[in-house]
Design a protein around this ligand. Structure first.
Ligand SMILES: [Zn+2]
Length: 207
């Protein structure tokens, strides 16, 4: 017989009966066995309603719900106040807008992503990967391609007056593969926006 073990119960002489005893949110129900170190395993009912087991009954205060609540409270305490968070979101958005006004790569990236997302939605697909990853060329290649096709008067200084045009309309697409094919560089060119068309045409005819 193992030394220090009661032959009747198989329990250590130091065994403490904790049945019915409370520890924090736990009330121990019964000992349900031993772990590999021959420490008793206690089943306990937690105030939150769940049943758990522990081999450290003197230290354990809950099924884990207490620690989750403490962590959540800590997270909440660290979170920014609502107004400050809103202010930062707005500041970030306006910084991004400013960047799109001055940085052609950012602007073109945003425009093509929007076109691509809408075109995919038209055929019932959802954009799940970054635009340029799906299209197989880079933002820099796209910018260079557009720049090569600038007509007289077009430039990065007047990005707001022209738009990205599909040579074969993207409305012809019936599925995701069509959309990807129609958003390849060879099908994209800059074109004066409709509201600028008449003005530009008039100006050209005067030359
Ligand atoms: Zn609990």
């Amino acid at each position: 017989m193992t030394k220090g073990v009661d032959p009747q119960t198989g329990r250590s002489h130091r065994f403490i009966d904790r049945a019915g005893v409370r520890s924090g949110r736990l009330v121990f129900v019964r000992q349900v066995g031993f772990n590999r170190h021959r420490h008793p395993v206690w089943e306990a009912r937690c105030d939150c309603g769940s049943v758990t087991t522990t081999t450290t009954p003197a230290k354990t205060k809950s099924c884990g719900c207490l620690q989750r609540e403490v962590a959540a409270d800590r997270q909440k305490a660290r979170a920014l106040p609502k107004a400050e968070k809103a202010r930062r979101v707005a500041a970030n958005a306006s910084r991004q807008r400013a960047r799109r006004r001055t940085d052609p790569v950012r602007a073109m990236q945003a425009r093509l992503s929007r076109l691509h997302r809408h075109a995919l939605a038209q055929v019932g697909a959802i954009k799940t990967s970054p635009t340029f990853e799906q299209l197989g060329y880079t933002a820099d290649q796209f910018v260079a391609h557009i720049e090569r096709q600038f007509v007289k008067g077009m430039g990065w200084h007047n990005m707001g007056e022209w738009q990205i045009d599909h040579i074969i309309p993207v409305s012809e697409a019936t599925n995701e593969a069509d959309v990807v094919a129609l958003n390849q560089l060879s099908n994209l060119r800059p074109m004066w926006s409709p509201e600028n068309n008449s003005k530009k045409n008039k100006r050209l005819s005067l030359l």
